[in-house]
Write a protein that binds this ligand. Structure first.
Ligand code: IK2
Length: 418
């Protein structure tokens, strides 16, 4: 009977990496470099904005405009018009969603090409929409020796072009990428843009980490390339932008001819997002518009704050023989676990991917949480990439120090093993 209740479109997607690992984390209480959220408070100005919104009168506690609170769509349009170089219409070209997650869901209703590694919800969302995902992996450059930077992971132009067919409706890209940290270069985005134009395909560009780039890497919006505004849905997240993941405010921005379809899905799925949180995010963007490009801007302060944390985690991983892939953006770092030999119970589960076994074992036996990277690949390529695990570094220094202590002790035990 229960099986009869399951719609075909939800087959095989009832579990994901988060359901298992969040449960393990709550059971074992490890030092948590797993899920991507800060373990510190959002900046004071955005906390104040939320408190002021809550005290802003009765209407702050009631429904607001379904496609986005007026003050927020206006401030998003004003802010991103400046960044993308196109005059954005707040009423027709902006949709506020329950996090970037729901923006992705409303956008994923088609046959979609997905570049791997990808934020793991893309494929189930495409499946639920009755579409089919076709995967194209980023791979470390051939013959490059030890791969040290996410910039050394590249797409094959031939593989990408041959994944487009007359039935292809959309491609999803994510820059800066989760979990790799790759920030796409202009020529890489141009390759994607040319294919989109040639095949009349929509580009869904997940840019939730757009402000987080390091060492001179520059985030470029694919919507700003010639011919691309009219075929791009750009997705963002206040959770990542203002370090407030629990607020779940996200948005999709794109041309009216595409946004009208996202609005239809939105109005029939969630209809409306929390008013006070939207008001607070609007105030945050109004502040940032004033400060854009100055050292007081949170969009400069956050990457500056994360840069030393990224260095700290990289040198710790290197020190214990887990070669990190240095991210050019975002707040995750992948590390190569090829040198790890598993012990005891996890060795017996050999039918399971190596990275999952290592992560479960790290949580249970060592008290440290990370995320297996094969979860960010489709079934065809996941085996090829199960030698990496992902660490999150948007954490207090004390959390990173505790993780470093665990890794050092573990490395010591490994080197003393007979
Ligand atoms: N898109 C990407 C690329 C994301 O990374 C996320 C959030 N993921 O963070 C969890 C993790 O990887 O540990 C989202 C979209 C969703 O953003 P939001 O929280 O605004 O829904």
């Amino acid at each position: 009977m229960a099986a009869q209740l399951q719609a075909t479109r939800t087959h095989g997607i009832d579990k994901n990496v988060w359901t298992e690992l969040v449960q393990l984390v709550s059971q074992y209480q490890p030092v948590n470099l797993g899920q991507g959220f800060p373990d510190f408070a959002p900046p004071q100005f955005i906390q104040d904005a939320f408190c002021e919104a809550l005290k802003g009168g009765p209407m702050m506690h009631q429904y607001t405009r379904g496609f986005g609170h007026p003050r927020l769509v206006e401030s998003l349009a004003r802010f991103f018009s400046r960044v993308v170089g196109h005059q954005i219409d707040p009423w027709e070209e902006v949709l506020v969603t329950v996090g970037a997650y729901q923006a992705l869901f409303t956008a994923c209703h088609a046959l979609v090409v997905i570049i791997e590694p990808y934020f793991d919800c893309y494929q189930p969302m495409v499946q639920m929409a009755g579409g089919r995902a076709v995967f194209v992996p980023l791979r470390p450059k051939a013959g490059g020796g030890a791969v040290r930077s996410s910039g050394d992971w590249v797409l094959s132009a031939e593989e990408l072009s041959s994944s487009f067919t007359p039935r292809t409706k959309a491609i999803i890209i994510n820059t800066p990428n989760n979990p790799l940290g790759k920030v796409y270069k202009p020529e890489e985005l141009q390759l994607v843009a040319d294919l989109c134009v040639r095949h009349d395909v929509v580009c869904i560009s997940d840019e939730v980490y757009e402000w987080l780039t390091y060492d001179g890497a520059q985030h470029l919006k694919i919507a700003s390339l010639p011919g691309m505004w009219d075929r791009t849905i750009t997705i963002g997240s206040a959770g990542k932008t203002f370090s407030a993941t629990g607020w779940k405010v996200g948005w999709a921005i794109g041309p009216q001819r595409i946004m009208k379809h996202l609005r239809t899905i939105h109005q029939n799925v969630v209809f409306h997002c929390a008013t006070a949180a939207q008001e607070a995010v609007a105030r945050g963007f109004e502040r940032e518009l004033q400060l854009l490009g100055t050292p007081e801007s949170y969009f400069q302060q956050l990457p500056a704050m994360l840069h030393p944390k990224r260095q700290k985690l990289a040198s710790c991983l290197e020190g214990v023989g887990l070669q990190p892939v240095m991210p050019e953006g975002g707040f995750f770092m992948m590390a190569d676990i090829s040198s790890v030999e598993l012990e005891s119970s996890e060795q017996s589960a050999e039918d399971q991917p190596t990275d999952f076994r290592v992560v479960r074992w790290l949580i249970r036996e060592k008290g440290l949480a990370a995320i297996p990277v094969s979860a960010f690949y489709g079934p065809e390529h996941s085996k090829e990439f199960d030698k990496y695990i992902r660490f999150c570094f948007i954490k207090e220094d004390s959390t990173l120090d505790s993780a470093a202590d665990i890794l050092k002790r573990w490395s010591h035990e490994r080197s003393n093993r007979p």
